[in-house]
Write a protein that binds this ligand. Structure first.
Ligand SMILES: *Cc1c(COP(=O)(O)O)cnc(C)c1O
Length: 343
């Protein structure tokens, strides 16, 4: 194997502990969408529940179903993509709670649920990504209360998603959110949990934590691009590639753009080698070139990104070098690269 993505169990656990300590008494809903940010949802969900995480969530039902299969009754699982009837039925059957930001979807859920469907109602607080508009919220929550009294649904939560790009915009969103919760209560709903923030606002701004914080990136140790270092977290994933050839002063490593390494990284970042940081000179299709070191030999390990132990860049440093979001370098690692969980 020329490359693998190593997932450190202890690092993941330490990140989870750091974010839980930070947001307490609010609870962590650990986001495991997109195959747990490409770390592998089965392994990540197992670590999370062993560490005592009681909520997991994903936009995509595939990640949510995998997480639920691993967690069983040890964690509640939340899925927020608007699903068709069959998929909604299957997801409910598995015991997953659904995010609902659309009046038609609420009716669909009420229709297909074999037992009381547990839902979290989503108000649009400005992002205009599937949430119920403010003007439609009173009628929506009134209808939800009616379906709840009929035993078709149970409204466990009220939620929204914010941009986390500017404090001022987030404050406006939070005021809209509070008003929406009041409206829902006036309609007769009694949600157990309110959730609004993701990693950045959840970490930095206590008033955004409510009962649950949906954290993804920071649990994996990925800080925001152009954002501050976060004490107590470090990347859980290291992309390791073997040296496949030594050519003059350079070495060739067995990972390239077809494996998900952005070719624009060539000439822009350092990778970690047995001799410390070395420049990533260029990225080819299946191999890449790295500045060599004195006794480099085929079979040596090079860390393309990781926690920094061998002088490599973090995923976020790579992202900053090419102007993208912090989690993108990990998300792009091909599913064909094996995920290997290490202690
Ligand atoms: C991805 C996502 C999150 C987690 O965001 P991070 O910045 O990775 O913590 C939270 N909520 C929703 C709705 C999301 O889609």
């Amino acid at each position: 194997m020329e490359a693998e993505l190593r997932i450190s169990r202890s690092r993941l656990a330490a990140n989870i502990a750091a974010v839980r300590a930070r947001i307490a008494p609010a609870e962590l809903l650990m986001v495991v969408k997109d195959d747990a940010y490409a770390h592998g949802v089965d392994a990540v969900a197992a670590v999370a529940v062993e560490e005592g995480v009681r909520w997991l969530g994903a936009i995509d039902p595939r990640s949510a179903l995998r997480a639920k299969a691993v967690a069983g009754d040890r964690a509640r699982v939340f899925c927020w993509l608007t699903l068709g009837a069959d998929e909604a039925a299957a997801t409910l059957e598995a015991g997953i709670e659904l995010g609902v930001g659309d009046a038609g979807y609420l009716e669909r859920i009420a229709r297909v649920a074999r037992t009381t469907a547990v839902v979290h109602l989503k108000i649009d607080t400005g992002l205009h990504r599937n949430g119920v508009r403010r003007e439609d919220w009173p009628a929506f929550t009134a209808r939800a209360a009616e379906l709840e009294r009929a035993g078709r649904i149970r409204v466990a939560g009220i939620w929204s998603h914010i941009a986390e790009a500017s404090d001022e915009e987030d404050d406006v969103a939070r005021a809209l959110f509070d008003a929406a919760v009041d409206t829902a209560r006036a309609a007769g709903l009694d949600p157990e949990v309110r959730h609004l923030a993701a990693s950045a606002a959840g970490w930095a701004r206590p008033e955004f934590r409510y009962d649950l914080v949906r954290l993804g990136a920071f649990c994996y140790g990925i800080r925001s691009a152009d954002g501050p270092e976060i004490p107590g977290i470090a990347p859980a994933a290291t992309l390791v590639a073997r040296v496949t050839a030594v050519r003059g002063g350079d070495v060739e490593i067995g990972v390239g753009s077809l494996d998900g390494l952005p070719s624009s990284l060539g000439g822009r970042v350092d990778v970690g080698t047995p001799a410390g940081p070395r420049a990533l000179i260029s990225v080819g299709l299946t191999t890449s070139r790295v500045a060599g070191w004195p006794d480099a030999a085929p079979g040596d390990d090079v860390a393309v990104f990781g926690p920094g132990g061998a002088g490599e860049s973090s995923p976020t440093t790579l992202a900053e070098a090419i102007g993208t979001v912090g989690e993108e370098p990990v998300l792009r690692v091909s599913p064909l690269i094996p995920r290997v969980v290490t202690p």
